[in-house]
Design a protein around this ligand. Sequence first.
Ligand code: 5GP
Ligand code: MN
Length: 343
Amino acid sequence: MPQTELIPAHFRDGACRMAAALRDVDRVLVSGHVNPDGDAVGSLAAAGHILRSLGKEFILYSSTGLPQYLQFFPLPGTVHTSLEHLPFTPRCALLLDCGEPQRLGRELAQRLPGLTSLNIDHHLGGDGMGSLANWVDPEAAATAQLMAYVALAAGLPLKNELACAVALGIITDTGGFCHGNTSANIFSLCARLVEDGCDLTGLRERLENTWSMGRMRLWGRLMERARLERNGEVAFCPVLLEDLRQCRALKEDLEGFVEQLRRLGGVRVAALLREDAPQLCKFSLRSYGDTDVRATAAALGGGGHLNAAGGTLRLRSEQAAEVLLAAINAQLAKEDGLSGETR
Ligand code: 5GP
Ligand code: MN
């Protein structure tokens, strides 16, 4: 029995559409974005549980695999990292939390034209990626929140593993219920998850208090290196491959560090620049309130949300730093100009 009355009115139509679309497909390849975070993995898991309950065959896929810090999380199947030698030939792709075609990964992007596809996401843009149906709603804090509503529309109770999968996505994308996207709907949904036995605090414990010494050393080093720009409005820190090697840390040990940069009083934009290869850097931006880092990231070919965005720059670290800081400055100057006009 669908439990549509438990779905907030704003999300009801989309949830029912996607639940109906899932009923009509089979042999589904489920994928989140490359280098998946907790929302991509939570959504992947939730999709698997939903498809299993609907009696569908499915394959979980992530070209870059799961990061080590999420490997404790139980998933409803093996995560395939290649589209070769799958247990069956998929007919449909379910794309989750991807934002834009580039974030599918090359292998899946190439295969996609031969598949029907469904797309569920909370990023702006990318809403034409699903050939069969799209549900892209930036009002959702997490794609896993949308998956919870799909489950309810399909008549599935938010219990056990499905509830934990939803919780993983929500905890990740709300920054543990701290970011501006932590709406009343999020609290209502999580209240229901907790009532039904989901151990939210236990999940946070597993996610947050399992640091390695490598990570501790790396964060210490980077905190010393962090610097302020634009009269203290921008906090910036570059990370080199050498840092990871010397600290014996992994790339994923940087998860959460950019949020630390934003802790400095007066900072409007926090920026972390990570060297991934000698000519390739990944940047992460964070802000609060109306300060738009998505626009800055988009100007550099990336994307994301108003207060959390990122992208890559095919430049050496020092050049990338200049380009990134100039783009941040330009966006802040534009916003200052706009607020000056309305004063
Ligand atoms: P993070 O800084 O944690 O890697 O990413 C923050 C947000 O920025 C993510 O939720 C994602 O939406 C977006 N993002 C990060 N990297 C990219 C990118 O290369 N391209 C696009 N379009 N979005 C990105
Ligand atoms: Mn997400």
